[in-house]
Write a protein that binds this ligand. Structure first.
Ligand code: GAR
Length: 187
């Protein structure tokens, strides 16, 4: 059995990536153990799911980002968390926060980075008449969706695709890619 790294997942919304990571982490060979979930949205469904599965969860408001980061940092240090995964966490973390976890914070983004950083990805991909889209797992640096890339998954866009179908098809791939990327980081 591998010695699992203690990890925290940051979410802001539905948490479907969190749910898939919780499922993967049950595998005795999966390199991380999810010891904490932090959300900046008290209504995030992922919080309810994690609680139901006995994973400690915390909500902190991020209206004041530096207070949010201070609170997180205190809790992460107290719990000796060594690795952070952003899973639909919709805030840009500061340089000051990130330096505490250099190359220990990763994120998933629903596009083939470096293309289509930021919000409304699928809408922009369709508007641009791209042939392919996909998802990317990357290390987090202080710039938006810009850190070193760990893994990408490409899918073909078909003529019937709309924003909603792309979101669903890409999300399905995200659930596979995120766990693969974590395994590859610790290989
Ligand atoms: C996912 O598509 C994720 O890639 C995206 O938000 C969604 C969250 O879904 N993240 C970003 O756009 C970050 N730049 P989930 O809450 O169901 O995991």
């Amino acid at each position: 059995m591998v010695k699992k790294i203690s990890a925290c997942i940051f979410i802001s919304g539905k948490g479907s990536n969190l749910i898939s990571l919780i499922k993967s982490s049950r595998d005795y060979n999966f390199p991380i153990k999810i010891d904490l979930v932090i959300s900046n949205n008290i209504d995030a469904y992922g919080l309810k799911y994690a609680k139901k599965h006995n994973i400690p969860c915390i909500y902190y408001s991020s209206v004041n980002l530096s207070r949010f980061e201070r609170n997180c940092l205190m809790e992460l240090k107290k719990r000796k968390i060594k690795f952070l995964c952003l899973a639909g966490f919709m805030k840009l973390l500061s340089k000051n926060f990130i330096k505490n976890f250099k190359y220990k914070i990763i994120n998933i983004h629903p596009s083939l980075l470096p293309k289509f950083k930021g919000l409304n990805t699928h809408k922009r991909v369709l508007k641009n008449k791209e042939k392919y889209t996909g998802c990317t797992v990357h290390y987090v640096n202080p710039k938006l969706d810009a850190g070193d890339i760990i893994l990408k998954k490409k899918i073909l866009i078909n003529k019937y695709d709309n924003e909603n179908s792309l979101k669903k098809r890409v999300l399905k791939q995200e659930h596979i890619l995120y766990s693969r990327a974590i395994r590859s980081v610790f290989k």
